[in-house]
Design a protein around this ligand. Structure first.
Ligand code: SIN
Length: 538
């Protein structure tokens, strides 16, 4: 069977005459930090529609705790932030992109402050803290561990005040519309009234976020189903480095509870990992102990769980002052309270879970993809910043910088106006299939369990091959359907992205950054110091 997914170009029938239609200079898909920042920049000179599939607040950004990394402390430097990012990325970062992002950090954070983002202060300066892999405390935070919510709310407010930006919530984008000349012309989607709708756009910016929901265990919200990567793939975009999935070491593990993130800044400020016998173990695995890179900590936890035959390890924060803890980590404090966990005497049960998609839609340094008029920024994009492993808190920074740059490229492009839109009639019909009835919830749950087992923190050839075979089998009876609900389209997108991830993970026969192969435990620069790119045969 071919290595590529051969299936239809669009997930639904399209009839551009009978669909309701909107026209805009720029369409932005997604309301995380990248999408919102892109909207503000684009609106300098263009009209913008921003769509999101749920509420404007449903994003990974909103849930971000630790913070946003930037060399804002006077004893820090761009060189040090660049060096830490490159080291963590294990030889796979694009050095120019790293420098470009790192150097814009202080100015863009200052701008956020000017837009009423209430960063925590130390005296009159923005306070910074430490996370793994950083040689300097450079993680700025807001309301303690609610950095994402505070930044997102400030940006949403700013966007809402801008008369050139219109936000459409509960709008599910099904597919990007492209011409035969490889130009993106907008999207087909389903609006909040449940109607099919086309939005013709001179420029489209994908800012759809990540795909943590492909895994049974994840810190990500329900919206993170990889839709942007899947629709970009169907449209012919080049995808890069999909094997690099970052697992966060510490997610609250209480059966039945949502897998809430327990921020790494807690370890940055002294929290200790202990196993179920109360034994500290991180020094056995890495000299930096609790502040070793995330992939090292995640694998150490798995190994310790196996050794002690337990389902999780614990974070010990009993030495923290309770009043300080409640003020510095208010979200976690409330969460623990709700499970009657008293930090003075109880340990916090944690284990790793899928957290961040490092790979994605390949872009250049202005966020442009290989499809004309299509840009990507934020977690959906592969810009070259993270390489094979992402330095903690570099993702909000990337979203901010690339959101701005993609928005600026659109705003300054003379032809990026609805007046220049040339859109053909589109009629696309899919042969009807009634093969089997489907329980898409069951497919999703089975897929998430399979990805966790076979394409998870550690990988090897046989489970990766098995995952591909099973996903292809499921695809046979899921991909031939025409769904009329987000649940169905998400299920199709999840199968697509999962297969591509498993294929990429199979191809990288080495261990590098977040990608660990039990059958190839060493880094192999000679064969694999290169990107793995995938695109659909046109
Ligand atoms: C955390 O707070 O631990 C997550 C921050 C990040 O993923 O960058």
């Amino acid at each position: 069977m071919s290595d590529k997914l051969e299936f239809r170009r669009y997930l639904v029938d399209i009839d551009s005459i009978s669909s309701s239609q909107l026209f805009t200079d720029c369409l932005i898909i997604g309301t995380g930090i990248a999408g919102l920042r892109a909207a503000l920049e684009t609106a300098e000179h263009r009209n913008v529609i921003v769509v999101c599939k749920g509420n404007v607040k449903d994003s990974n950004t909103f849930k971000a705790q630790g913070g946003i990394a930037s060399a804002i402390d006077e004893t820090d430097s761009f060189e040090a932030h660049t060096a830490d990012t490159l080291k963590t990325g294990c030889g796979m970062c694009d050095e120019e992109v790293v420098e470009l992002v790192v150097r814009q950090g202080p100015e863009l954070i200052e701008q956020l402050l000017g837009w009423d983002t209430e960063f925590d202060l130390s005296g009159s300066r923005i306070a910074t803290t430490l996370e793994g892999g950083h040689s300097h405390p450079r993680v700025a935070h807001a309301h303690g561990d609610e950095t994402g919510r505070i930044i997102a709310e400030a940006l949403i407010e700013k966007v809402r005040q801008n008369s050139k930006i219109r936000i459409l919530e509960n709008f599910f984008v099904i597919d990007l519309l492209t011409s035969n000349q490889n130009k993106c012309m907008g999207i087909i989607g389903r609006n909040s009234r449940g109607e099919s709708q086309i939005i013709w756009a001179a420029r489209t910016i994908l800012a759809t976020g990540g795909a943590g929901r492909l895994y049974r265990e994840t810190t990500n919200p329900e919206v993170a189903t990889g839709d942007g990567v899947a629709m970009a793939y169907r449209a012919g975009a080049v995808l890069r480095d999909l094997e690099f999935v970052q697992f966060h070491p510490t997610t609250l593990y209480i059966a039945g509870a949502t897998r809430a993130l327990i921020t790494e800044t807690l370890r940055g400020e002294g929290a200790i990992l202990v196993d179920n016998k109360g034994r500290k173990f991180m020094k056995d695995y890495h000299e930096a102990a609790e502040l070793a890179p995330r992939d090292v900590v995640s694998r150490a936890i798995l190994s310790q769980m196996r050794k002690t035959e337990s389902t999780n390890v614990h974070l010990d924060v009993s030495h923290f002052d309770k009043v300080y803890f409640a003020k510095r980590f208010p979200f976690i404090n409330e969460l623990l309270d709700s499970f009657d966990i008293d930090i003075a005497k109880d340990l916090i049960p944690v284990r790793p879970s899928a957290h961040y998609m490092i790979g994605g839609v390949k872009t250049d340094s202005s966020g442009k993809t290989n499809i004309d008029n299509l840009y990507a920024c934020g977690e959906v994009a592969s810009t070259g910043l993270h390489g094979a492993n992402r330095l903690g808190s570099n993702s909000l920074l990337e979203g901010l910088v690339f959101g701005k740059m993609a928005g600026r490229a659109v705003s300054q492009s003379s032809k990026a106006t609805a007046a220049h839109l040339k859109h053909p009639l589109i009629k696309y019909q899919i042969p009807h299939s009634d093969r089997t009835r489907l329980d898409t919830d069951d497919v999703r749950n089975s897929l998430r369990a399979l990805m966790w087992r076979n394409v998870g923190i550690t990988r090897s050839s046989q489970p990766l091959a098995e995952a591909q075979e099973i996903i292809r089998f499921w695809q046979r009876y899921v991909m031939d359907k025409v769904f009329d609900s987000p649940e169905g389209w998400e299920c199709q997108n999840m199968l697509t992205v999962s297969l591509l991830m498993a294929q990429s993970a199979q191809k990288r026969q080495e261990s590098r950054g977040v990608h660990f192969r039990r059958d190839f435990p060493d880094c192999d620069d000679e064969r694999f110091k290169k990107h793995i790119e995938i695109s659909r045969e046109q």
